[in-house]
Design a protein around this ligand. Structure first.
Ligand code: PLP
Length: 405
């Protein structure tokens, strides 16, 4: 048989969060080694179980959830998402504007596939959650990265964003709260983005999957609440705020200037039909989650487990010579910087390999988030305080040795 090559469509596609370093970690685990994982936002795996109400309703609904549903999803959970959009002050959303998906991930690729012609450009933050860059590339589009500025707490650099808009730009992706930086954007920044979108007739695509995972009494603003004359897609789901990523329950809201987007919406509907529907048990969990007790509030409150772990991870990382970290206002991640004078890293994937091999700690290298330089890495602060202390202690030892090389 001839060799079977992968599609050339995959040439620009990469997803390093589950890349070769993780493969090496798997092999080490198969050999019986214990690895501390700071690599992935899989919340339930760290003893942070989903609300019991969701699990119980899932079990109860299962016998009646064996059928396909409407391709955009069941009415009741979509209605629950409409109510949620009202709480978020996104105007004029009806059940028709809501698409349910197998996690936000499916809707991210679907939204880009329905939008892009070959060579169309999409503005994406650097650093980003890499599924965005990968989905744009897979759809034939060209990802164009705008810089988020570490000096100003990882805010999007609006001047850089404006400078990168061309005739071919179709959309601006906004990840707020941000993975991997933990930034939470103030209204003025969001207004600046809306203004650019308005001026250049661009779609704003907002990934707000961490919108309730917000610390220090901060409040999240949905960018779609700021205008009705720009087309917005807002993506969210149960994976993070409700600690149930395995249930694969996500949604997308189309709002704002829909009247100008009939053709695109037809495309979205077509792709939603082609995948038949999102898994029905996951859809049925949405109502319970959105309507029930919001236990995430207890985890992010001062003294709550996630807040404590954020504070601890930030303190311990900041104490390492040559490491600086912006304290996250939201989400589950930090994106520390390694001073290149102390750590002259040429290849940060190799750096992640070496850390894994020497200290059995798994992180993801910064370039995996489309960060242009090999001088950052991402950690999740989901492990409990003892494990975090142990893991960051090992990172500190690894870096001590690195400096002494
Ligand atoms: N968007 C962001 C910013 C994420 O960090 C993640 C997962 O880590 C996703 C989307 C994927 O979400 P889902 O589990 O709903 O597919």
């Amino acid at each position: 048989m001839h060799p079977v090559p992968k599609s050339s469509k995959l040439a620009g596609v990469c997803y390093d969060i589950r890349g070769p370093v993780l493969e090496k970690a798997r092999r080490m685990e198969e050999d019986g080694q214990h690895i501390i994982k700071l690599n992935i936002g899989n919340i339930a795996a760290f003893g942070l179980e989903p609300p019991d109400e969701i699990v119980q309703d899932m079990i109860r609904n299962l016998p009646d959830a064996a059928g396909y549903t409407d391709s955009k999803g069941l009415f009741a959970p979509r209605k629950a998402v409409v109510h949620y959009s009202q709480q978020k002050r996104i105007a004029g959303v009806t059940v028709d504007d809501v698409y349910l998906g197998n996690g936000a991930s499916e809707l991210i690729t679907l939204s880009m596939n329905a939008l892009l012609n070959n060579g169309d450009e999409v503005l994406i933050p650097a650093p980003d959650y890499p599924l965005w860059t990968a989905s744009v590339a897979l759809s034939g589009g060209t990802p164009v990265h705008y810089i988020c500025d570490e000096q100003s707490d990882w805010m999007p650099d609006l001047a850089d964003m404006a400078a990168k808009i061309t005739e071919r730009t179709r959309a601006i992706v906004v990840i707020n709260p941000n993975n991997p930086t933990g930034a939470l954007y103030p209204v003025e920044i969001l207004q600046g983005i809306v203004e650019l979108a308005r001026r250049h007739q661009l779609i704003v695509v907002a990934d707000e999957i961490y919108d309730k995972t917000v610390y220090d009494g901060n409040v999240h603003t949905s960018i779609a609440s700021l205008a009705d004359d720009v087309l917005f897609l807002t993506l969210n789901g149960l994976s993070k705020n409700y600690r149930s990523c395995g249930y694969r329950a996500g949604w997308m809201i189309v709002s704002g200037a829909r009247a100008h987007a009939r053709d695109y919406i037809e495309g979205l509907n077509m792709l939603a039909s082609m995948r038949l529907c999102a898994n029905t048990p996951g859809q049925l969990a949405i109502q319970t989650a959105l309507g029930g007790y919001q236990s995430i509030d207890d985890l992010v409150a001062p003294g709550g487990r996630l807040c404590r772990q954020r504070d601890l991870a930030h303190k311990l990382l900041s104490e390492i010579p040559g490491v600086s970290v912006v304290k996250p206002k939201a989400a589950l991640y930090m994106f520390p910087r390694l001073d290149p004078k102390l750590y002259p890293i040429a290849d940060d994937q190799q750096f992640a390999y070496e850390l894994l091999a020497e200290q059995k700690v798994l992180i993801v290298q910064g370039t995996g988030f489309n960060w242009p330089n090999p001088d950052h890495f991402r950690v999740v602060f989901l492990p409990n305080s003892d494990d975090l202390t142990e893991a960051i202690g090992r990172i500190a030892r690894f870096l001590d040795n690195y400096r002494a090389r």
